[in-house]
Design a protein around this ligand. Structure first.
Ligand code: AMP
Ligand code: MG
Length: 353
């Protein structure tokens, strides 16, 4: 067990001495959890093979699932990649710093383990002062997957990181809750037209506004599990975002969703099960269950996205036997919320008709 140091910093004006303390750990091959605008990341020097192996171990992440590499300048993108297309340049100009990860063909300075054996590398420039200052002070690109134990909901606060990784990592930089609350959008720009691999903080609508054409990987928008050999992004194959209790997702027309959920609750109660419901502010009042939590208004998908992982984690301490979740609208960040809920359910989805 390591002693995990917690450094509280101001999200707007991070204290430079504290960031330098954290950067010293990164420089010497250590592991530092830090906030980004999406979720908390667990950072290690992307060019240090040993540090990256330790990162996989601390997170219990399968070695075939590479991390996103975080940069704070454009020269690092050039160093880490073979080729940056005109489309990629436009996207970086428009969305960086921000929640858009781009997949490029990688250069040979990228260690095999960082790339998890792939020919490509996923890169983004986060829009968070703490993250950008940490990368700058560390003087290296930082590989940072979400700072949770693999398979669990991603962390949107330092407390979530502590729950999962206390004693397994060197530092947690605590700058409060993250703003967006779901991970970045992953777009493969090593192919033409670019392909959406994971919906996230930049909406599909915004991408389509910026570039002529976006291909959709079936997994990114799927309601069903896609065969592992079709997974274009390794993360597609792995279990993810799952609370302790099994989660059932009910999708469809809202009034039918509500009546289906009520039937499910009645059935579980007959079998003496404790039921949790993940609802919205428009519908939460209508359910009688052991625990009812609301993501917020269905008309504000951004706010729902920011609450999702926190609420999924909260169910873990409610001792429910099952969680039933309402589907949410698919527009804007709703696509990312539904992608996470579908994965959290292990594709246990009921179509309410
Ligand atoms: P996380 O670090 O937990 O936010 O997950 C990062 C996501 O990016 C995972 O789904 C990875 O599979 C995906 N990813 C990382 N590198 C690549 C790559 N080179 N090509 C495609 N997907 C990638
Ligand atoms: Mg993750």
């Amino acid at each position: 067990m390591k002693q995990t140091k917690i450094l509280k910093v101001d999200p707007q004006q991070p204290e430079i001495d504290k960031i330098r303390q954290a950067a010293d750990f990164i420089k010497s091959g250590g592991l530092v959890a830090f906030p980004t605008e999406t979720v908390y990341g667990l950072g290690a020097d992307a060019l240090n093979t040993k540090a990256i192996l330790d990162l996989f171990t601390a997170k219990k992440r399968p070695l075939d699932n590479p991390s996103i590499v975080h940069v704070e300048n454009f020269e690092d993108v050039t160093r880490l990649t073979l080729q940056v297309s005109t489309t990629a340049k436009e996207l970086m100009k428009k969305f960086w710093p921000g929640p858009l990860t781009l997949v490029f063909k990688r250069s040979n300075i990228v260690p095999e383990v960082t790339a998890a054996g792939l020919e490509t590398i996923a890169i983004r420039m986060p829009q968070h002062k703490v993250a950008l200052t940490l990368i700058r002070e560390s003087r290296c690109p930082i590989a940072a997957p979400s700072a949770n134990i693999a398979g669990k909901p991603s962390p949107t606060s330092a407390e979530h990181v502590l729950e999962d990784l206390n004693g397994r990592i060197d530092v947690i930089i605590d700058a409060g809750a993250t703003r967006i609350g779901v991970e970045s959008t992953v777009l493969d720009v090593s192919v033409e037209p670019p392909m959406l691999l994971r919906p996230g903080g930049v909406s599909l609508e915004a991408l389509k506004d910026a570039i002529d054409e976006v291909q959709l990987h079936p997994f990114a928008v799927s309601e069903k599990e896609v065969a592992p050999e079709k997974a274009k992004s390794p993360g597609m194959k792995h279990k993810h975002y799952a609370p302790k209790a099994p989660l059932i997702l009910v999708e469809g027309d809202l009034s039918k969703v509500m009546s289906t959920i009520k039937e499910l609750i009645a059935n579980y109660w007959l079998n003496d099960k404790r039921v949790g419901v993940l609802a919205t502010s428009e519908t939460a009042w209508a359910y009688e269950a052991d625990v009812v939590k609301s993501l917020g208004s269905r008309r504000n998908v951004e706010a729902m996205a920011s609450q999702l992982f926190r609420l999924l984690r909260e169910f873990d301490s409610e001792n429910v036997d099952v969680i039933v979740a309402e589907g949410v609208p698919l527009d804007g960040l709703g696509l990312a919320v539904m992608n996470r809920l579908r994965k959290a359910s292990g594709y246990n989805i009921i179509k309410a008709v």
